[in-house]
Write a protein that binds this ligand. Structure first.
Ligand SMILES: Cc1cc2nc3c(=O)[nH]c(=O)nc-3n(C[C@H](O)[C@H](O)[C@H](O)COP(=O)(O)O)c2cc1C
Length: 189
């Protein structure tokens, strides 16, 4: 039917490219860019990141059992890419990129202050899958940029921060709004 068979592979795109911060003291703070990430469950709030064993961050997260998912924006695209091609074994990514480590509410891993939303996570299981180990984690705290809160509704408006998307090796902005949750069945007034 006009479709070409393709060898099985990871073809779920677009994805967020997030900056995951880790470490338990200033000397070992690090940032790794991760696209293999997502939500596992709403209640309890569970998420995952999948990280190759050879990453410097893998050892840090396995040892500390904690990390922070920092959502990224178009203005953080360069930093996001850089943290995904340089290793914390060789460079201090916070210092080189002038990113600001900030104390988290619960975990020892630092927040990246420049990110609009920081998700504090505690690892509950490490699943060895093959190329990657999946760190399943419980979300233990959220830090949201105040100016993105709609004061009248209390809703967090991440879309106003121009989130960054990653698709087949390239970074994009979100583009135009097309609808909203449930718009397909909403009755006109
Ligand atoms: C857009 C993008 C997405 C990435 N996604 C992942 C990922 O999901 N898992 C992973 O292990 N590495 C991923 N990487 C590669 C790591 O970020 C990269 O190897 C990084 O240098 C590791 O840093 P570290 O050695 O300081 O931990 C990605 C890189 C980029 C640029």
């Amino acid at each position: 039917m006009g479709k070409i068979p393709f060898k099985p592979g990871t073809m779920i795109y677009p994805l967020p490219a997030v900056m995951v911060s880790c470490g338990d003291s200033k000397e070992n703070y690090n940032i790794i860019t991760v696209a293999w990430t997502g939500t596992l469950c709403s209640d309890p709030p569970l998420c995952y990141i999948s990280v190759r064993k050879e990453r410097h961050s893998h050892d840090i997260i396995a040892r500390t059992g904690e990390f922070v998912i920092n959502l990224t924006t178009e203005s953080l695209a360069r930093e996001t890419d850089w943290c995904g091609v340089k290793s914390g074994r060789d460079v201090n990514k916070f210092k080189e990129l002038h990113l600001t480590p900030e104390a988290a509410q619960i975990v020892k891993a630092p927040l990246i202050a420049e990110s609009p939303l920081n998700i504090e996570c505690k690892v509950i299981n490490i699943k060895e899958l093959g190329s990657h180990d999946m760190f399943m984690a419980e979300v233990v705290a959220i830090n949201a940029e105040e100016k993105l809160m709609d004061k009248s509704t209390g809703a967090f408006q991440l879309n106003h921060a121009q989130p960054l998307a990653y698709s087949h090796g390239k970074y994009y902005g979100l583009g135009e709004k097309i609808g909203f949750y449930g718009f397909s069945v909403k009755k006109r007034k």
